[in-house]
Design a protein around this ligand. Structure first.
Ligand code: SAM
Length: 305
């Protein structure tokens, strides 16, 4: 991590947004500085979507919408990310969780690092997020999934399955009657009944959230922007309103936007000024709308570190 100056923290702007209490934080600077100043156990969820180590500049829609990715060198990538992971673990509450979003380039290296850091017993899920949009290959199967690693700080980690249930699809081996699906175990003859209205807890492979396409209303133009629906499932799964969420690699501010909309507090950091401007506009616009709808939106502070 870079040399840290703990005391440097300048409040640039404060948007009151009609609410009182603890302000949400949007921080322009290296995540390391904010992380080092956080007390132990301050956060309930950290979701990060770091640069993937493609070795190429990530270029968005408009001029200035770009960031330099890390080199395509797995060992260097692990060496760079590891301190952020260690500080993240320290900053999690006893029931808190870390979600790390990666792709095929580095996921296996970072999983080993996270097993060492959290202990293998604290690994909860490897979520495979599948999508179809984008280029195809003639030299192999198209690489159409990302991986999100979930590690819990402690044994009694928070998980709210009823907040993320999805519709049940009737399989050919199921009988549907009176709003209930029935499945008979061929070996034992035992009959299992599932009320359709209750839905089901999703598996660890997600095929029901498409990646953003160019004409999506949600698109800000920032490269590698993730869909709100994806991050929303993570936020709902492990936090409740009033909990505190963080994202150290904010980009266009997807995690902060979801947290604000769902009534969770947040802190998010980003190095690029152009991305900070996008985040700020996104959060102020949404905050004003939520306020008009009657929600008590906490103030938003923009800091420079
Ligand atoms: C993959 S993008 C995140 C995209 C984001 N999830 C979204 O939905 O828009 C990674 C971001 O991390 C930022 N970044 C890279 N290194 C950073 C650091 N050390 N501190 C803060 N931000 C950093 C980059 O500028 C880039 O915007």
């Amino acid at each position: 991590m870079p040399q840290i100056e703990l005391i440097k923290d300048t409040l640039l702007r404060r948007h009151a947004l009609g609410g009182a209490g603890r302000a949400d934080r949007l921080v322009h600077g290296d995540a390391a500085v904010e992380l080092a100043s956080l007390p132990d156990g301050a956060l309930d969820l950290i979701y990060i979507d770091p640069p993937f180590g493609t070795g190429a500049a990530q270029i968005g829609r408009a001029a200035g919408q770009r960031y330099a990715d890390r080199a395509d060198d797995p060992d260097a990538f692990v060496a760079w990310l590891a301190p952020y992971l260690a500080e993240s673990r320290r900053a999690l509450s006893a029931t808190g969780s870390l979600f790390v979003h990666l792709d095929y380039r580095a996921v296996h290296y970072i999983k080993v690092a996270l097993d060492r850091l959290f202990g293998r017993a604290r690994f909860v899920n490897e979520i495979v997020w599948c999508y179809a949009v984008g280029g195809k290959s003639r030299r192999g199967f198209a690489r159409k999934h990302d991986t999100i690693l979930w590690y819990a700080r402690g044994v009694d980690y928070a998980f709210y399955p009823d907040a993320i249930r999805v519709a049940r699809r009737a399989g050919s081996h199921m009988r549907v009657a009176g709003g209930v699906q029935e499945k008979t175990d061929k070996k034992t003859g035992r009959v299992y009944r599932y009320p359709i209205a209750a839905g089901k807890i999703p598996e660890d492979w997600w095929t029901d959230v498409e990646t953003l396409n160019h004409s999506d209303r949600e698109r800000t133009g920032w490269p590698s922007q993730k869909p709100e629906r994806l991050v929303e499932r993570v936020v709902r799964a492990v936090t409740r309103p009033g909990d505190r969420v963080a994202d150290w690699f904010a980009g266009s501010g997807t995690t902060a936007g979801v947290a604000q909309r769902l009534g969770r507090g947040f802190v998010t950091t980003e190095r690029e000024a152009a991305a900070i401007a996008l985040c700020e506009a996104r959060l102020v616009t949404q905050g004003a709308r939520l306020l008009a709808e009657g929600a008590a939106v906490p103030p938003l502070e923009v800091h420079k570190r």
